[in-house]
Design a protein around this ligand. Structure first.
Ligand SMILES: *Cc1c(COP(=O)(O)O)cnc(C)c1O
Length: 371
């Protein structure tokens, strides 16, 4: 059994996929070729007509979005203490200081109340540092609570960067990921809901000026002329071949999201009594990047062992909350400061989740868990 069955997906798309990749080899526009533009236009359709720039990966997407917002040395950015490392790493990479807040237990996403408390206490204790923005992460495929987070962000004059690395295709209040927040990012790492066959990412915004800045930064801060450099940028373009692959995958994506939701519904019905199953807000839809469980009555290692014996792959996202990562020890955070993140990191584990998980295979997962 596969944790995420990418080979099965390729099998279903093989003819069109092979043709799309070969077409790029034939036309030879390997850097920012026509497929990149075509993909950006399709991604815009998916994100309520946001402006879109394809970039090299989801980490660069965060870095370039932060730079477009004007964040750098002397600034701070607040984010969740429970995410993939890149959510905080990107802040340090632009020379700013990461600040953390705790999460909600049901959605695993940034808690607006904790955000409010953390902003107030950071500003009181660090008056010389300019706390300018919040990175909200749509963890495991569900959008963060942008209505509540926007209220707090507006009160404290913070820009909102939505890290949608795991949530492209999801919605909140009818608004798609990409159009939530002042600027948003995603990742096309192969294991994400919309993944390519290597690294890729994108930045989205309704504000065209922000995306024009990202378009410049991804090509060494170029001006209107290629050899006219107006900013210190980097080399971070989405490969033409990866864009071609994503265009094929995007054709199947709406159907795949439906299938992911069917898998999630079956897990919730079968496991809801013995496990805390993920809660999705009434106004939101998830793309189920991961299906996470916490046992109500027994410990995680016991379940991981039972899954392993049954030949079912599993994973733990995330064993160490961000504020306790060794690389960020200089920030001075201690265990006990974000109790929800810390508790979740000790209890949470993920089971196979992908659009091609049929009922028979899924029953094997369920049987192993209910033992
Ligand atoms: C995967 C991920 C990233 C980074 O994306 P890459 O394409 O791997 O660089 C950033 N944030 C979150 C929440 C992620 O899950």
């Amino acid at each position: 059994m596969q944790f995420i069955d990418l080979k099965r997906q390729y099998g279903d798309m093989k003819t069109r996929m092979d043709q799309a990749v070969l077409a790029v080899l034939e036309h030879g526009q390997y850097i920012l070729g026509p497929e990149v533009r075509a993909l950006e236009s399709k991604l815009s359709d998916w994100s309520d007509n946001a402006h879109v720039a394809g970039v090299a990966n989801g980490t660069d997407a965060l870095v370039l979005a932060l730079k477009a917002l004007g964040i750098g040395p002397g600034d701070a950015v607040i984010t969740t203490s429970f995410s993939f490392f890149a959510s905080a790493e990107s802040i340090a990479l632009v020379g700013a200081r990461p600040v953390f807040a705790d999460i909600e237990p049901g959605s695993y996403n940034l808690c607006a109340q904790s955000l409010d408390d953390a902003v107030k206490s950071f500003r009181a204790s660090h008056p010389a540092i300019n706390l300018k923005a919040v990175i909200a992460v749509d963890l495991f495929g569900q959008p963060a609570n942008y209505a509540a987070i926007s209220k707090v962000a507006n009160e404290h004059e913070l820009r909102i960067l939505a890290d949608g690395a795991q949530s492209f295709g999801a919605t909140q209040g009818g608004v798609p990921v990409g159009a939530l927040g002042d600027i948003a990012t995603t990742s096309f790492f192969p294991a994400k809901p919309l993944g390519c066959y290597g690294d890729g990412g994108a930045v989205f915004s309704k504000d065209e000026a922000l995306i024009n800045t990202v378009r410049s930064l991804r090509v060494h801060g170029k001006g209107s002329n290629k050899y006219d450099n107006v900013a210190i940028g980097t080399n971070s373009r989405l490969d033409t071949i990866q864009a071609a692959i994503l265009l094929v995958k995007l054709d199947a994506f709406a159907e795949e999201i439906k299938q992911r939701n069917a898998v999630a519904d079956r897990y919730a019905v079968a496991l809801g009594e013995r496990f805390h199953v993920p809660g999705v807000a009434a106004d939101s839809a998830s793309t189920w990047a991961q299906y996470c469980l916490r046992a109500k009555d027994s410990d995680r290692e016991q379940h991981l062992g039972a899954l392993k014996s049954a030949g079912v792959p599993s994973a733990v996202y995330y064993r160490v909350p961000l504020h306790l990562q060794p690389a960020l020890a200089d920030l001075g955070y201690r265990a006990g400061q974000f109790p929800v993140s810390e508790k979740m990191s000790q209890e949470i584990f993920s089971v196979p989740m992908h659009p091609y998980l049929d009922e028979e295979l899924q029953q094997k997962v369920i049987d192993a868990l209910l033992g």
